[in-house]
Design a protein. Structure first.
Length: 382
């Protein structure tokens, strides 16, 4: 009996020791998990944060893109036109377009050209001609100098980009980054651009319209909101066609919100002009009419350029969903967005400018966004 009692006590002691060791292991694991989570959160805070519903976009181009008749993609870079048959993972050798397409900042400047393909198959590019670039501003008078220049040009191809014709200036003067080039349901090509005006020096917005597949062009009236300075006025407009055939232009300003303008004649005249519902810092946004009929809009928030916000509208911009933050670069910036609907409901979102700190240490942001998932998120935020 004594031996059995001793054995029981010994076994009990061993159990206690094992239990203590297990508890110590569990506590250590919890502490390490918490520490690692804190470390990951700190690292994520310091780096780029992306919404959990976003998926990475495995390409090395920032667009803009055009879907060709066979489903392949087309883009243009500083070396020329390229095509891809695997969703942008690989690209063909460059085929030259024209000298002025080499681009600003050695091709790294976003929002300097866009491409459309007409029903007859013509490819039309509207672009900022880098050979005409000369920014000259008189700081004393706060006016553009007489030789301040960045012209808007257009070029087209009737043989799928093998040759290019009708390369022409369609707007003289100084006209920087722009965010809209669409084809309307009745075949008009409409580009929306900012244009420097004088006395006082400021930007006004307008549209450039072709009714013959890019052969000839007209200019609309100027949308002049006032202002004074080389980053003041109506800047960097985006455009989309609404369900009733009107065109909507959303315009960057430095007054804490976007403004909007409407045209009921295909962009030839803009008569309704008013502040929009969307607040923002002084930075551009990108507007896209989705195949579902909804509008999607990506822009920065009203505080700074550290976040990309996504809005949807289901009623032609009468109302917008609550914005969803889809990406953040704390201490840096994400700006000059571009969107492309690769397939119905699959939206590519790309930052033209992305930096870790201010304008230093460039990074990339290329995301896939699912329309249905984010629409649910916008209507039922967690």
């Amino acid at each position: 009996m004594m031996r059995n009692s001793i054995a029981v006590k010994r076994n009990f002691a061993v159990c206690l020791i094992k239990h203590a060791m297990v508890m110590a292991f569990i506590v250590a694991t919890v502490v390490m998990t918490v520490a690692n989570a804190a470390h990951c959160d700190a690292a994520q805070t310091e780096a780029q944060w992306v919404h959990k519903l976003c998926k990475p976009l495995p390409i090395d181009k920032n667009g803009p893109f055009l879907e060709l008749a066979d489903g392949s993609l087309m883009t243009v870079d500083s070396e020329g036109m390229r095509t891809s048959k695997d969703d942008g993972k690989t690209w063909s050798e460059a085929s030259p377009v024209c000298e002025g397409m080499a681009g600003l900042r050695k091709g790294a400047e976003p929002a300097t050209f866009y491409i459309q393909r007409t029903p007859s198959g013509a490819l039309v590019i509207v672009y900022l001609n880098s050979k005409t670039y000369k920014f000259r501003w008189d700081a004393k008078t706060n006016q553009p100098k007489d030789d301040c220049s960045l012209e808007v040009w257009a070029i087209r191809s009737l043989d799928d980009g093998k040759t290019w014709i009708d390369n022409q200036r369609i707007l003289e003067g100084y006209n920087p980054n722009f965010f809209g080039f669409v084809q309307t349901r009745d075949g008009k090509l409409v580009a929306t651009v900012p244009h420097i005006v004088r006395d006082p020096g400021r930007y006004a917005a307008c549209s450039l319209i072709s009714e013959d597949e890019g052969k000839t062009w007209k200019r609309s009236n100027l949308i002049d909101l006032g202002g004074h300075g080389h980053h003041s006025g109506a800047m960097e407009p985006a455009v989309a066609e609404l369900s009733d055939g009107r065109l909507l232009m959303i315009i960057r300003t430095h007054w804490g919100r976007f403004w909007e303008a409407y045209s009921d004649d295909g962009g030839l005249a803009w008569r309704t002009i008013k502040p929009s519902q969307i607040e923002s810092t002084t930075a551009p946004g990108y507007l896209l009419k989705l195949r579902s009929g909804r509008l999607a809009f990506v822009c920065n928030g009203k505080a700074d350029r550290q976040e990309f916000l996504l809005y949807f509208s289901e009623d032609d911009a009468k109302t917008w969903t609550k914005p969803i933050v889809i990406a953040r670069q704390k201490g840096g910036q994400l700006s000059y967005p571009y969107m492309f609907e690769r397939r119905p409901g699959e939206i590519w979102v790309i930052a033209g400018f992305a930096f870790k700190k201010g304008w230093k240490d460039p990074v990339s942001l290329r995301l896939k966004v699912n329309e249905a998932e984010f629409l649910r998120e916008a209507k039922n935020p967690q």
